[in-house]
Design a protein around this ligand. Structure first.
Ligand code: ADP
Length: 265
């Protein structure tokens, strides 16, 4: 806890008294610390691929300038690292856009079933490469929800992409859409989308931190898969703007289920 303390003496005829005022600065201090941590994290995340690119440029300009095979290999690595920086910058821009809009609740009507079908279709090539079967189920009596179509597309793309990436080769990903007249975590009715995979799962201690920016259970694995560590932070912010919820359940060794709940009103 951080306090600003002001001490004043007050003179009242016949009395002598001192007032002490405490102002709670904890939140201001925490916000400042979070901003500093964020800048440090972004710098670190961008510096790693940038250092690799700069190192390979130096080698290409020097010892490897005449070696065609080395040149091709190094250019491929530089291409991969530059694309990673591009994805990080793209995700940072998405995050800052949703943060700026967080108080404005979207009012367009979005057909979640149609959106899920279109996201699943566009992720088929990724699923095919990973030998994962995408199965869409449910969807009876689901009504449209107020929302921003592009942002909700991003939410489901991030979650289904993660289920494919971390679900394991040869496994299934189930996407189940259901309508709830009374959703226990909300006051009214809503639509719920469960995305479950059959991967390694996530240990309970990591679950509360997964939506933090750049938090990864296994950094090496995330980077190998082209992850930025920002996907779930973006999901959380978009859902907050929609007054929605994200629930994560996982059974290590059996898989994980990420549920999105969006209110009808
Ligand atoms: P990334 O770009 O690293 O995938 P995310 O923010 O999307 O970043 O996810 C954060 C971390 O949460 C991932 O690095 C991974 O460790 C974990 N994670 C996300 N989805 C799953 C899943 N379906 N199964 C297991 N781990 C997951």
């Amino acid at each position: 806890l951080v306090y600003d303390v002001a001490i004043r003496s007050v003179r009242v005829p016949g009395f002598s008294c001192v007032t002490v005022a405490f102002e709670d600065k904890t939140e201001v201090q925490e916000a400042g610390q979070m901003r500093r941590d964020f800048v440090a994290n972004v710098s670190h995340e961008l510096r790693t691929p940038l250092t690799a690119v700069l190192g390979f440029i130096e080698t290409l300009l020097g010892p490897a300038s005449e070696d065609a095979a080395a040149r091709k290999r190094f250019l491929e690595i530089m291409d991969r690292e530059a694309k990673r920086m591009n994805r990080i910058v793209g995700d940072l821009l998405s995050l800052s856009r949703v943060e700026a809009e967080r108080r404005v609740r979207p009012t367009d009507r979005v057909d979640i079933c149609a959106l899920i079908r279109s996201v699943s279709l566009s992720l088929q090539p990724l699923a095919r490469d990973a030998e994962v079967r995408l199965i869409v189920e449910g969807a009876e009596g689901v009504e449209e929800v107020p929302g921003d179509f592009d942002q909700l597309t991003q939410v489901f793309t991030n979650l289904i992409e993660n289920a494919i990436k971390y679900g394991g080769r040869g496994k299934e990903v189930h996407i189940c859409v259901t309508s709830h007249s009374v959703e226990p975590t909300m006051r009214g009715a809503g639509v719920r989308v469960d995305i479950s995979d059959q991967g390694e799962g996530i240990a309970t201690r990591h679950i509360p931190r997964l939506t933090e920016r750049f938090y990864r259970v296994d950094s090496h694995r995330s980077r190998e898969m082209g992850g930025t560590g920002l996907g779930l932070a973006i999901v959380k912010h978009i859902l907050n703007r929609h007054r929605g919820r994200l629930r994560i359940e996982s059974h290590p060794g059996q898989g994980s289920c990420f549920s999105v709940i969006l209110p009808y009103e």
